[in-house]
Structures are given as structure tokens and as C-alpha cells.
Design a protein around this ligand. Structure first.
Ligand SMILES: *Cc1c(COP(=O)(O)O)cnc(C)c1O
Length: 489
């Protein structure tokens, strides 16, 4: 049998991993959700290992999968106050949960003989997964502008757009860009009256808002299955469920409705196919890890970790408020902060959030840059910098505060990158779609290599371009950038 050098192979992988952004220790304030409990990570790894060869495709052959999924769903249903009529699936992540919520709603809408082309109504702040769902499943996406200063959705603005062609309304608990909690109760009441399904996207909030309090100490307004009219909720285990990537929960109210999520066929000569989710053969690893973490933490463990996040979030919000030239957008519900320029101070005192993030990056802190966006009504959402706070943030608050203050001091008065300079470097573009070589040429012309993994460490110029270029062009260029990264050399 072929022999192999285990140590050499793993040494190479370790070397590659060493170049990654740090996944533990709280230096990356997005993407990763570190509980700070090493034993919990070890437990999750052991659970993954135990189910490594299992195929999650068939829970009748691999019965452990059925038991774990049933128990994870049971815990989630209790947490989200679902009754016996609430059932669900464990999916591979938030995007898959959102895609399936839309797919289910589209089938239900068709079954109810909906008229016209099906439409999703959602605030502009809804996660991009719903843009993807609309594209994949061929629905229109009708985006409702939010308040440009607070990022909040005014319920009436969404409600007035409900109609017989609406297959699904979506609200967030909370939204990813600003941490804003949408007015779930008001929207749900109107949806129920209009006979429109309502999905609550709690991908990021689902495993932490049950233990959260508002900044004034008051309870978070109901946003889950307590609210009549809510037909489905998504909650990601691989975010504040602290599981490795590849696990989310989608709960749906009503068995008959939920069955529309499934795909089944006996119309081929192979095994009968019955898939609750998008994948066929699938890993049971993240499910097993999630299951193990839930056994280990229980509601009390989740509550304690949420408390760490809550305290760290309050402290960081105070720190940002105290930095001249920056402010937090709106009043977030949950462990997320979006930071924008405080334009109430004179120009020389303002801090651009993207320059700020780039300076923090040089100090080893990875904040996430979010571009500004013009809403359908013409109002402009500011460019911001996003921070997701995790339990470990609490142990690093002093260091982080120093970095955030020093970074602001360095760039105070420096305006946002002017994309016009980069735009001027653009070669003239012909009509029609770009081919990949032209796209790669443009990327080089604007100073982004496009053939080495990773981006320039200062991202403010890239974000300025993203804001300045026409959307289809930016999207095509970003596709090129990512595609080139994995092309065999
Ligand atoms: C993360 C997130 C998603 C998408 O989830 P992925 O796990 O990244 O696929 C959807 N909605 C919200 C609000 C999120 O925060």
C-alpha cells in the first residue's frame, strides 16, 4: 500500500494555517465565534471525529444522525418558544436555512395559487442570502428602505407593500449590518392578516437574543415563535451556537407547510431520494459538534456566554461613543456594532471608519469594512465598520480599547478614500459582459493583483471602489478576484 509522510503533510497544513487570520483569541471581530472554552472546542472536535465516516444523507441507515438532529431541534424549539406545531431541519449554515425558507414559501405561495411573479418583501438590511435566494429560486426581491440614520425599519413601510404576489416577508433579529432588531410583532400582525408568510432571520441572533437585554435593561421585544404570524425562523449554530462551520437550524411552523421544504423523487433507477435540505450526501460533523456543545452548555451555559458578550458589547459601545469623530449606528440589539463617522463634529475632528479599521488591522485587530449604499428611495446609508463581539472579547477589552483609540487618533481628519483617482485608472469599457481576462486586467489596473490569495492589507481603497463603480461591474470584478484565487497555477 502506498506509504505517506503524515508529519510532512500536516506540517504543510500547519504552515498554511499559520498564515490565516487568527481563529481564536478575539482578534477577528467577524466570521469566527470563539466561546473561549478550550474544552468545548476539544469536545466538538471529538464529536466530529466520531461521525467522520457517516453520511448524513440517510438518517435511517445512520440512525445517530436522526437522534442528534431531533435533539438539537428540540432544544432550539424550546429556546425559540415553538409549540408542538413547530418542526425543522439542521442545515449547513445560515445561507442554506434562508434559501430553504424562501423555497418553502414559494411552494406554499404557488399551492395557494398566488398571482403574478412571486415577490419577497424585506428591509434593505436583510442578509444577502435573500438576494441569493431570490436569484436561485426566481422571485423578485422588493427592498424596503430603512431609516438612513439609525438603520431601523419602520414597520408601516414594509406593511404597505404586502400584496397577493408576496410569497414571503422577511425581517431580522437582528440585522447583520447594524444589529437592528426589526419590528417583528407589527410586521407579523400585518402578515397574518394579509395571509403572507413571515420569516424571521435570526441567523446571528437566534442563539444569543434569548439571553439578551436592551441597553436600558429592558427585555428584548418578542421576535420568535411567541409572535403569531411568524412562520419560520433561522438560527445559526456555527455563530453563537459556537459550533464549527456547517450548522444552522431552520424551524417552520406547521408540518404541512414544512413538508414543502423537502425534495423527493423516485423517478430514476437509483435509490429513492428524499432531501430536506439542498445537499445530498453530507457530513454529520457539524451536527454532531453542535449536539455535543448543546449537551455541554445547556441553556445556562449559553446564558453565561451571552452575558460575557453583553458586557463586552456595552463597554465597546461606550468606548466608541467616547472616541471623537466616531459613533455607533442606531441602537443595536445583540452583540453587533456598526461604527460610522460622527458628522456632528467639524471635518478635522471626524474619523473615517474604513481608515480606522485599516489602522486597527495593522495592530492585529480585524474589523469588517461595510460599504455605503444608496437605498431604492435615494437615501444614502453610510459606510461603516462592523464589529461582532464574542465571549472572548471580554478578556481582551483593554487591549482592544487601546487599539481602537490609537487607530482613531492616527486617522482623525483624513477623509474617506476618493475613488475618483482609481476610477480614472480604469481602461475604457466596451458594452456587454466582461470576459475574464478583461476583468483581471481591470483588477490589475486599479491595483488589485487578482492572482495571489489575499487582499492588500489596507482595504479602504477597495471599499471606495466598490461604492463608486456600477454594481454589476463591481460584482463581476469581485467574482474574478475570487475565481483567480483558486485557479491552479
Ligand atoms: C450570517 C448570517 C446569514 C448567513 O449565514 P451563513 O452562515 O454565513 O451562510 C444570514 N442572515 C444573517 C442575519 C446572518 O448574520
Amino acid at each position: 500500500m502506498t506509504s505517506f509522510d503524515r508529519n510532512a503533510i500536516l506540517a504543510r497544513l500547519s504552515a498554511l494555517r499559520a498564515a490565516d487570520a487568527p481563529t481564536h483569541g478575539g482578534h477577528v471581530l467577524s466570521y469566527v465565534y470563539d466561546s473561549g472554552i478550550a474544552d468545548l472546542d476539544e469536545l466538538a472536535a471529538a464529536a466530529v471525529r466520531l461521525v467522520q465516516p457517516v453520511n448524513g444523507l440517510d438518517p435511517t441507515t445512520f440512525t445517530s444522525v436522526a437522534v442528534m438532529e431531533r435533539e438539537v431541534l428540540g432544544f432550539a424549539r424550546e429556546l425559540l418558544h415553538g409549540g408542538d406545531e413547530v418542526v425543522g431541519s439542521v442545515t449547513s449554515g445560515g445561507t442554506e436555512s434562508c434559501l430553504l425558507a424562501v423555497k418553502t414559501a414559494r411552494e406554499a405561495w404557488r399551492a395557494a395559487a398566488g398571482v403574478g411573479r412571486p415577490r419577497i418583501v424585506a428591509p434593505v438590511t436583510v442578509h444577502a442570502a435573500f438576494h441569493k435566494a431570490a436569484e436561485y429560486f426566481d422571485l423578485d426581491l422588493d427592498l424596503v428602505p430603512v431609516d438612513a440614520h439609525t438603520g431601523r425599519l419602520e414597520a408601516a413601510r414594509l406593511i404597505e407593500r404586502l400584496g397577493p404576489d408576496v410569497a414571503l416577508a422577511v425581517v431580522s433579529a437582528p440585522s447583520y449590518p447594524y444589529g437592528s432588531l426589526d419590528p417583528v410583532e407589527e410586521v407579523a400582525a400585518a402578515c397574518e392578516a394579509a395571509g403572507v408568510d413571515l420569516h424571521v432571520d435570526a441567523c446571528i441572533g437566534g442563539w444569543i437574543l434569548p439571553f439578551w437585554r436592551e441597553a436600558d435593561g429592558s427585555a428584548v421585544a418578542p421576535w420568535d415563535f411567541r409572535v403569531a404570524g411568524v412562520t419560520s425562523v433561522s438560527a445559526d449554530l456555527h455563530k453563537f451556537g459556537y459550533a464549527p462551520k456547517g450548522a444552522s437550524v431552520l424551524l417552520q411552523r406547521g408540518r404541512d407547510r414544512q413538508r414543502l421544504q423537502y425534495f423527493a423523487t423516485t423517478g430514476w433507477p437509483g435509490y429513492p431520494v428524499v432531501n430536506p435540505t439542498l445537499l445530498g450526501s453530507k457530513s454529520a460533523g457539524a451536527l454532531a459538534a453542535s449536539w455535543a456543545i448543546i449537551q455541554a452548555l445547556g441553556a445556562r451555559g449559553f446564558a453565561e456566554l451571552a452575558e460575557s458578550c453583553l458586557r463586552a458589547t456595552r463597554t465597546l459601545a461606550d468606548v466608541v461613543a467616547d472616541i471623537d469623530g466616531l459613533r455607533v449606528v442606531g441602537s443595536p440589539t445583540g452583540p453587533l456594532l456598526a461604527v460610522e463617522t460622527d458628522d456632528a463634529v467639524p471635518e478635522e475632528g471626524r474619523v473615517d471608519p474604513h481608515h480606522w479599521a485599516d489602522r486597527a488591522r495593522r495592530r492585529g485587530w480585524y474589523l469588517q469594512l461595510q460599504p455605503g449604499l444608496t437605498q431604492p428611495d435615494g437615501t444614502r446609508l453610510p459606510h461603516t465598520t462592523h464589529l461582532t463581539i464574542t465571549p472572548v472579547t471580554r478578556d481582551r477589552l483593554d487591549e482592544l480599547e487601546v487599539a481602537l483609540r490609537a487607530s482613531a487618533d492616527e486617522v482623525r481628519g483624513e477623509p474617506q478614500v476618493d475613488a475618483e483617482t482609481a476610477l480614472a485608472a480604469l481602461p475604457p469599457l466596451g458594452a456587454g459582459p466582461l470576459d475574464s481576462d478583461t476583468a483581471a486586467g481591470i483588477l490589475r489596473a486599479v491595483g488589485i493583483a487578482g492572482d495571489t490569495p489575499g487582499l492588500p492589507s489596507d482595504q479602504a481603497p477597495l471599499l471606495a471602489l466598490i461604492e463608486a463603480l456600477p454594481r454589476p461591474l463591481t460584482e463581476r470584478l469581485l467574482v474574478e478576484l475570487l475565481a483567480r484565487i483558486v485557479e491552479p497555477a
